[in-house]
Write a protein that binds this ligand. Sequence first.
Ligand code: AMP
Ligand code: MG
Length: 426
Amino acid sequence: MVEILKDLNVAIEEILGCVSGPAEKEELFILDALDRICAEDVTARFSVPPFDTSAMDGFAVASAGFGESAAGKTVLKVIGEAAAGCVNGFKISGGEAVKIMTGAPLPAGADAILVKEAAEEEKEGGSWTVSSREKLKPGLHVRRTGADFAAGDVIVPRGARLNPAALGILASSGYSRVNVFKKRSVAVVSTGDELIDPLDQRVAADGFAPEFGRIMNSNLFLLYGLLNKTGVNCELCGIARDTPEEIAARISEGLSKADIVITTGGASVGSYDFIPDALRLLNFEVGIWKMAIKPGRPFIFAMKKAGNHNKLVFGLPGNPASSLVSFIKLLRPALYKYAGLANPRECVSVMGAISESVKKDPERTTYLRAVISNPAGERGKSPLISVPSRQDSNILTTALAANCLAEIPAGEGRVESGESVWAQII
Ligand code: AMP
Ligand code: MG
């Protein structure tokens, strides 16, 4: 029987359609709001720049007639000096100039800046004159009032991530506080009889080696990091042993703390893969998906209505690299929407030359943990995508230095070394 694999984009859109954004807001001091998500459109209290200002060090002049004298040279009398922050009452008329610094308000009567480098300055009989052969246009090197934004403009929209620029923009319009979405939580339930909790006291005492057959619950910590970087809190809901009842109990605990629960392990079709059974015990509608991605084929998507919103459970495979790839490719857009980002599918993908020959999977797109860089810092050359050889789904160490997921399209044959492929920056 030919398996029907689920297309990544179709899956992302289906999940996005079931996720609702945040409702609760909080007001923060802007220095505490970095990387948070703006909860309402912020409008400018005033224009920036608030006045016409000089963009250069030089001389504020009236451009009319400048450089059109018989000798092709204009000579002006300097009537004063204007520095940034000064409140000058200068008003220039024909034949006059004001020495001006970047950021100083443009004196009345001036409409252009003669840059310092193009001017000759001379002191004659106690007063300075300035001359130039340049021809000036109105507005040259002048920053107009409102060039960045005008009073009333939406300067930071609802759903925007408050990056460093956003903090600067808010501050430039006089805001010291901003409304952001309250951080939401995602609960993580780890499943597997083999797992040991690294938060176990014996491990905390350090040097504890798991008994034969056991492994550490490393996925939880990977997910903790991924969730926090995505902008949500991670609620730790422990390890469930491989029975539907125990898994259901842990998922219930997770649902009491968050609207989204992520499980790891038990998501495929082995005899001990009980996530779907556990979810049915909790009356969830359960989708058992086989994703057209490698790693990360098994994926469970389960939903239950709770009042006017949905409770969602995402079942990730147990292998750490599968969890990583499924999280980034499939879950992250949904979690961005959950956190309140207006554009939940935002990501950066670039093309580069792959370092190795890689076999394609006939049916699934392969995502390789890789390092994208510019060879020897050279520009104008295609970036290089270095692919470490160990790409099995149980290998996490090759993800340590990885800064991208290189995309190998499904198909026959290979992608040869040096060929261009897409890579998503992670
Ligand atoms: P499963 O999806 O339950 O079949 O697990 C697939 C593989 O991932 C097995 O080798 C598990 O031991 C391993 N695994 C499952 N859960 C975790 C976890 N939380 N941390 C590390 N490895 C895990
Ligand atoms: Mg398992």
